[in-house]
Write a protein that binds this ligand. Structure first.
Ligand code: HEC
Length: 158
């Protein structure tokens, strides 16, 4: 009986895995609940080739791209600096340029994207209301660019 339940459960999770891998290679989860992020909330215009690449590899293709970092900086100044500080040194929200993360998954691009798209606690609401997914990748490239923490803790470079 127990074995039967186990086999049934395994079959279901295999089926679920097959469906999600047909859509994308990575699964995005909410930083607090662990629930799969509902990408239908995404603003129009963000499903660029670069974003598709991110969904396949889990790596931000804009990292290290000077043009993208510049655009990301300007978006960051509009949408994030009020709470996180102009140099991401921390203000209402925590610093984003050091290697201490409330949510350790932020040391990876997938984790950082998850907090941007889905939000976290309190004033850190989902950023999909303000930015499309391609813009979020630009902002992330800026955040990685100004990183001042220990290079060994930069998971996104691995
Ligand atoms: C209204 C203020 C506010 C705005 C605007 C805001 N944040 Fe936040 N942010 C916060 C607060 C407060 C937290 C702490 C939430 C928590 O601990 O769950 C936070 C947490 C975070 C974290 C998690 C940090 C960690 O240590 O794990 C990241 C990453 C982040 N914000 C990035 C951004 C970016 C990028 C933007 C702009 C697109 C942004 N935030 C806009 C207030 C804000």
């Amino acid at each position: 009986m127990k074995l039967k339940t186990f086999v049934k459960g395994a079959a279901i999770s295999l089926a679920v895995a097959a469906v999600s891998s047909a859509q994308a290679d990575i699964t995005l989860r909410h930083a607090l609940t662990g629930e799969t992020l509902d990408m239908s909330f995404a603003k129009k215009g963000g499903n660029t080739d670069k974003f598709k690449q991110f969904m396949q590899t889990g790596k931000n293709p804009y990292n290290g791209d000077a043009e993208a970092v510049k655009k990301g900086e300007s978006l960051y100044m509009t949408g994030c600096s009020g709470c996180h500080g102009h140099e991401a040194e921390g203000k209402l929200g925590p610093g984003l340029a050091d290697d201490y993360w409330t949510y350790p998954r932020n040391a990876s691009d997938v984790g950082l994207f998850e907090v941007l798209f889905g939000g976290a606690n309190g004033m850190m609401g989902p950023q999909y209301v303000a930015f499309n997914t391609d813009e979020m990748l630009h902002i992330m490239a800026f955040i990685r660019h100004i990183y001042k923490g220990d290079p060994k803790k930069a998971e996104w470079l691995k």
